[in-house]
Design a protein. Structure first.
Length: 547
């Protein structure tokens, strides 16, 4: 890009405001299922002040290391219990991830690539979605890309500060989701220096202090795991939680080896088609070079991406958010080819096809947004409708009226559309579905009606959101607990139809305070988007008091 192409324009400021509106609106939506579980753990840490003996509703918690929970607990202590407080640290880490992607892309391929890569990452469905539906993988992603950037800075310029920050961040990645947080930077950077045949650097003693830094960061977590779970906690952290998902011994039974290819098609919207093109062009360039690697500038992106694609594709446990840690590397590799398409004349025809396809993608995304607003939730109100129409006018202006350079022709239309879609997702679709977020709604009523010292227990419900939303955390009850609590009287419980049936059969006296329709919101399907069929998806849940 020349200076005129990257100068700040009013339309860029408008897009920054639009993107910020998406991220900020997502900070106030309810948490559920996995995010609700992590919020409950964070709330427990904030209440107890115990950073290493992690619990969820009074029970020891093993499934995830606590770095995300520490961040969220600190935020809860500062801002109080709210969706915003839980999600805000993840948002800040995402900003760090965008900046790290820019700096690594700039270091590898120049400023244009860095800018495009950061913009693609920030305006991707993956980052919009998982800043709303908060997962440990979002923080993990930023820690990993920051670690890789700092490590490559150290490799190039030998600054000790970069060395320390790289291994500190790798340690933070490890206490976010286990050894995978170290393995991905190790494979990405190690693959690079191996393929450029810098064996002296690969086997240097200089990496030993970095291992010490990682161990120092990890030690408090390991100490807490050992205190609560003994050597079983050590085994789970170092092996079961990651390798057990690959082998299926711990979780998963998938044999869909193409899962991350078709998942990538929507999770990296609106950029997935350009990314597939970039992978193809990279492979074609290597083929034309006779598979000689000497002409390639870097192997960091390919090493990290291929490791993920191979190992995670054969894994028995698969989930879309597992892709997040390599999305920044994919963004850089894709941005490299966008720059070439925009600046080199021999890619003019291919570029024109891509521009048309990106405009079509933008149009489809706007259509989906209109479907949500006018079909799924037609009663959203006049202000929301007017705001949407203004955004559509802005999209039309960007796509057909605004005079664009070649970079802008590739990026701006679909970039604008994905932001509009997610803004409506955060402000219309999720609030509309929150009527079916039974645990949160029951917690609100419990907070209003119960005595100050009352706690809300969970019996039979497979989530933990009440551990975050209720004013006092209760426990996850099992059948033997019910008789003991019934003798105490006035015990508040959130339960399902199955749980209520068990209580009836035990001949325990109870009072139903309220019934709430429940839909598992982590898996939004087409029936949930249609008003007539939405109610059929709902199950009954109950807020009760044992007498």
């Amino acid at each position: 890009m020349n200076g005129s192409e990257i100068r700040i324009k009013p339309v860029y400021l408008a897009l920054v405001i639009l993107g910020a509106a998406v991220y900020l609106s997502g900070l106030f939506t309810d948490v559920f299922i996995d995010a609700g579980k992590y919020a409950a753990v964070s709330r427990g840490i904030a209440d107890s002040g115990d950073l290493v003996h992690v619990k969820i509703m009074s029970e020891p918690y093993l499934q995830k290391p606590p770095f995300l929970f520490w961040l969220a607990a600190l935020s809860i202590k500062i801002f109080g219990i709210s969706n915003f407080a839980f999600k805000f640290p993840t948002f800040l880490f995402s900003m760090l991830g965008f900046y790290s992607t820019y700096r690594l892309g700039k270091l590898l391929y120049g400023q244009s690539t860095g800018i495009v890569a950061a913009v693609m990452l920030a305006f991707s469905q993956a980052m919009f979605l998982y800043n709303n539906d908060t997962h440990t993988d979002t923080v993990l992603t930023s820690c990993i890309i920051f670690s890789i950037w700092q490590l490559y800075e150290y490799y190039r310029f030998k600054r000790i500060g970069n060395y320390f920050l790289s291994f500190l961040s790798a340690g933070c990645a490890m206490i976010t989701k286990g050894p995978v947080g170290v393995i991905i930077p190790l494979v990405a950077f190690g693959g690079h220096i191996l393929l450029i045949k810098d064996y002296r650097s690969l086997f240097s003693w200089k990496w030993i202090p970095g291992i010490v830094i990682i161990f120092g960061v990890t030690y408090p977590v390991l100490n807490g795991l050992y205190d609560q779970f003994g050597m079983g906690g050590m085994k789970f952290f170092f092996w079961t939680n990651n390798m057990g998902r690959i082998t299926g011994d711990y979780a998963g039974d998938s044999t869909d080896y193409s899962f991350y290819i078709h998942t990538f098609s929507y999770i990296f919207l609106p950029w997935s088609l350009i990314s597939f093109f970039s992978f193809y062009m990279e492979a074609l360039s290597l083929y034309r070079a006779g598979f000689r690697l000497t002409g390639m500038k870097e192997f960091i992106c390919w090493s990290g991406i291929l490791f993920f694609l191979i190992i995670f594709s054969i894994a028995k446990m698969k989930s879309p958010h597992y892709m997040l840690p390599v999305i920044p590397l994919i963004s850089i590799l894709t941005a490299k080819w966008i720059v070439r398409i925009a600046e080199e004349n021999n890619y003019l025809k291919k570029g024109n096809v891509i521009i048309i396809l990106q405009n079509i993608i933008g149009g489809i995304l706007i259509f989906l947004t209109a479907f949500i607003l006018f079909v799924s939730f037609p009663g959203s109100g006049l202000p929301v409708t007017i705001a949407f129409l203004l955004l559509v006018i802005f999209f039309v202006y960007i796509s057909f009226i605004y005079r664009k350079n070649r970079y802008e022709k590739i990026l701006l239309s679909s970039l604008t559309a994905i932001a509009i879609l997610n803004l409506i997702f955060n402000t219309v679709l999720l609030p509309g579905l929150n009527r079916y977020h039974a645990a949160a709604r029951a917690s609100e009523l419990f907070n209003e009606l119960s005595p100050d010292e009352a706690v809300l227990h969970n019996f039979g419900y497979d989530g933990f959101e009440m551990g975050f939303y209720a004013k006092n955390q209760g426990k996850v009850l099992h059948k033997p607990d019910l008789g003991k609590l019934a003798r105490l009287g006035d015990t508040w419980i959130f339960t399902t139809e199955g749980g209520l049936d068990i209580i009836r059969k035990m001949d325990i006296r109870y009072e139903v305070i309220a019934e709430f329709p429940y839909i598992k919101l982590s898996n939004i399907n087409f029936n949930m988007l249609l008003p007539d069929s939405r109610e059929k998806e709902a199950q009954a849940t109950f807020l009760i008091i044992l007498k």
